[in-house]
Design a binder for this molecule. Sequence first.
Ligand code: CU
Length: 406
Amino acid sequence: MTRRIVLYFFLMSSFVSVGQQMVNHQLIARNLGEKEMHDGIVLRTFGFAQSFSEQPSIPGPTLYANEGDSVVLDLFNVSQGAPHTIHLHGLDVNQENDGVPHLSFEVHHMEHGYYYFVAPHPGTYFYHCHVVSTIHVQAGMYGVFIVKPADGSNITWDGGHPYSQDKLYTMSEIDPLWHEDSVMEHDHDTTQTIHEVSIPEYHPSYFLVNGQSEQQLLEPDIALQTAKEEVSFLRMANIGYLANRVTFPEELNAKIISTDGRPIVNPEISDTLWISPGERYGVLIEPIVDLIDSIEISYVNMNTLTSEDIQYVPVLVSGTNGLNEVLIKRPFELYPNPSADQFYIKSFGQAYDCIKIYDAMGRLVHIENHDNTEKKSININLAEGIYKVEILLSQCVLDTLKWIKR
Ligand SMILES: [Cu+2]
């Protein structure tokens, strides 16, 4: 500990040269956090906070630096039990500052640990605890570290693409059984490189975007709000244990331009993006028409290649409509949900002429025409799973609903 404090003062006196900024971030590690899920269930979490008055959040606070900045990350561990670290996933830092136990250092109860690095290439990176990381990451000890260009401007990198706003979407999942005390109070004998922890097979039941799911994703701060021909930069990051298959509305002209903090050599416009655990992608969005739609995020089990859930991030491209108004007036409702072979579509006075049903891998499995605004019963025999139900008028999507077949 003493050695690290001495090192701190030594480094601070020699660290910053002309033109660089020094950036300090503090993360307070706690292991008695609570998180209320979309269905009201409250789970125990681990996580990072930036003040003592706040709960650790999932994800943790988003940290920023500009390219070339000298960064000091102060990890203050106030939790009892296992030590914690900060691993800087994707950032080019030296081994001493990379937070992998046994190769770096661990931060124990009521200790500070200081991580030093010069912010590398602009991009989107993760930080997460690397102590028994399978459990501590699931518990909530992760967040995003964004490096912007040296001047801090809204450009993807020096000589890259200018944009008017950036939006971060961090995907993850939660298996409530992994949040029981029996798992979270795990063995943390740091003299062992292999920790023997008994954990149930991973079956997540919450599928998160920025820590939120289902109706929580209708909050305006989650939605992508933009205007026609305006350029937005999406930072799509997956820190869950399932892969994400992201589908953008075609009209957004989504162009995948960077990955792992580096530009893609020949970027392409694509409405589909696969993100494996730990990956981050940069996506430029430049819509060509006004639009109310959603970005679809499917959570795919990499062993079975089946989708375990779908979440929708609302998209509003419009210069005139208020998003709140649009989100509160969801034009359609699907019930009961989950259900067996029959469900109903209720329209709140909005006419529609077609219903399309897609399976979780995006394959169209059913089309049905309709000619008024009445409640509509759909009888269909499909395999158990998750389906996307599109409601259309004159081939224009009015609403997208999720149906779970049981
Ligand atoms: Cu930890």
